[in-house]
Structures are given as C-alpha cells and as structure tokens.
Design a protein around this ligand. Structure first.
Ligand code: HXC
Length: 257
C-alpha cells in the first residue's frame, strides 16, 4: 500500500513507519493520522510483524498537530466532528510500538511518542507541550500521559509554560527509555525492536497489556490481571518451547501461538 504522508518499510518482523511531511516538520494533519492508523491496523493484522517503530526525520519527529488545519476550526467543528478522536486507534495497537525520536517532538508529536510503549531518543530530541502558547491545551493525552510519565511537578512546568526540554532532561524525568547519539538512533532502536519482535507474540501482547493495566487500575486489580495473564501463558505452545529450549540449552523456536 502506498501512502502520501508516511513511509512504511519492513525489516524482518519489524515494521518501520516514518512520518514524512518534511515541509511542515512532520506536523500531523488528518491525512497523516489517517494513514498512520491504516498502517498500524495493517501491522496489527499481519502475523509476520512482531514490533512497530514510529520515527520522523533528523529535524523533527513531529512538531505537533497541524496548526494550519486547526486554525479556523470552531467549537462546533471540533466537538461535533470529535476532532482528534481518530488518534485513539494508536493506543489500541496490541503489538509493541517504539518511538524513535530525533529533533522536535512537540504538542501532538510528543503525545504521539507517548502513545508508544517506549521512547528511544536521539541526543538532539526536544520534547514539549507548547499548546498553551496557541490558546489551547494538549488534546490527545498530553496532560494525562505526561503526568503519569514525569510526575505532576514537571508536567505542570511543561504544560503551563510551554517550555521545551532536551533529551537529557527527558531521560532524567522518566519520559524516555534511553538516549543515544543521533547517528545511532535507528541502529539502536532496530536492535531493540528486532529483539522484541523475536519474542513469543502471546507473551508480548499480555506483557504490554499488563504493564498498561498499571495505569488503569488499583494495585490489587492490576496484580490480579497479571496473575491471570501469567497463568494463561501456560496454555501456549511457546511457553512449552521457551522452557524446553532453556533446559535443552538450545535457542527457542517460537511459533507465535
Ligand atoms: C503546521 C508547522 C508546525 C505545526 C512547524 N510547521 N510546526 N506547520 N503545524 N505544528 C511548519 C512551519 O510553519 C514552517 O512552514 C515549517 O514547518 C518549518 O518550521 P519553522 O518554524 O520555520 O522551523 P524552526 O524555526 O526550526 O522552528 C521549529 C519549531 C516551530 C520550534 C518546531 O516550527 C514551532 O514552534 N512549531 C509549532 C510547535 C507547536 O506549537 N506544536 C503544537 C501544535 S498544537 P513554512 O511553510 O512557514 O516554511 C498540537 C495540539 C495537539 O499539537 C492536540 C490535538 C490533536
């Protein structure tokens, strides 16, 4: 399938989705979010894909939602059209998704990165929620996911002032998993993505669901969910294979079932 605003490549069991609106620093318009959603749905359905990487350019992961597209919208337009609701599909992807971020990840770009399960940042990455400077606030989870990731103090700092933080601060704050030199961003991200994609798929899906449950439930409910998911994996062939391979001192051959 060919797209106008993204480029999709497959490297073994990893799908790499590159945002591609260089003229607007990858600002996310409705066409881009529609294409990204379609590509993610395709990855979700393809048994050959075990992990997805979303990335941008060296200058920008994404500089936010497209301001030109939003500028003339009225309250009725955004309310009745449920503007930004199409982004929700990203959070519903069950396979692991990694954001590889270089340059600006601002506003909706930062929120897109936070929809992913893990952020690997180049040392040039810049994160922020500058919506306040436009007379709006984050609209696809910035006030919620950022607060859960970095805590109230820094989330307030970023959302109220609109200031931008660099990669080192983002790593110290817990927003990103790892910072690497710009030149190594894709090599390092792909190493991680390929390692994840080689894992047994059922365990991957349940591990992701269980970690996410920590943000949605009480500790007791989260622990109960984890225990049942743990039990369920004993019904898979890959659990038998993984443990047999360990005991036989050989590499496992996971069937994804
Ligand atoms: C539309 C954008 C854009 C955006 C950049 N561009 N960001 N177009 N929407 N979010 C365009 C510029 O207009 C310009 O086009 C080109 O990209 C290059 O940008 P410059 O500003 O010339 O680059 P630079 O001087 O390097 O500054 C980079 C920047 C700045 C600091 C990232 O572009 C900037 O502040 N962008 C806006 C960031 C922002 O406010 N994001 C939040 C958006 S609201 P031309 O044609 O002039 O060359 C949001 C809400 C999400 O995300 C929630 C609802 C879904």
């Amino acid at each position: 399938m060919s797209y106008k605003t993204i480029i999709v490549e497959f490297v073994g069991r990893v799908a790499v989705i590159r945002l591609n609106r260089p003229e607007a620093l990858n600002a996310i318009n409705s066409e881009l979010i529609g294409e990204l959603s379609a590509a993610l749905r395709g990855c979700e359905a393809a048994p050959s894909i075990g992990c997805v990487v979303i990335t941008g350019s060296e200058k920008a992961f994404a500089a936010g939602a497209d301001i030109r597209e939003m500028a003339d919208k009225s309250f009725s337009d955004v309310l009745l059209g449920d503007f930004a609701a199409t982004w929700d599909c990203i959070a519903h992807v069950r396979k692991p998704v990694i954001a590889a971020v270089a340059g600006f990840a601002l506003g909706g770009g930062c929120e897109l990165a936070m929809h992913c399960d893990m952020i690997v940042a180049a040392d040039t990455a810049r994160f922020g929620q500058p919506e306040i400077k436009l007379g709006i606030i984050p609209g696809i989870g910035g006030t919620q996911r950022l607060t859960r990731a970095v805590g109230k103090a820094k989330a307030m700092d970023l959302c109220l002032s609109g200031r931008i933080m660099d990669a080192a601060e983002a790593e110290r704050s817990g927003l990103v998993a790892r910072v690497v030199p710009l030149a190594d961003l894709m090599t390092e991200t792909m190493k991680t993505a390929e390692a994840i994609a080689a894992m047994p798929l059922a365990a991957l899906l349940l591990a992701k669901e269980a970690v996410n449950r920590a943000f949605e439930s009480s500790l007791a409910e989260g622990l109960a969910f984890e225990r049942r998911a743990f039990h369920a994996l004993f019904a898979t062939d890959d659990q038998k294979e993984g443990m047999a391979a360990f005991i036989d001192r050989r590499p496992p051959h996971f069937a994804g079932a």
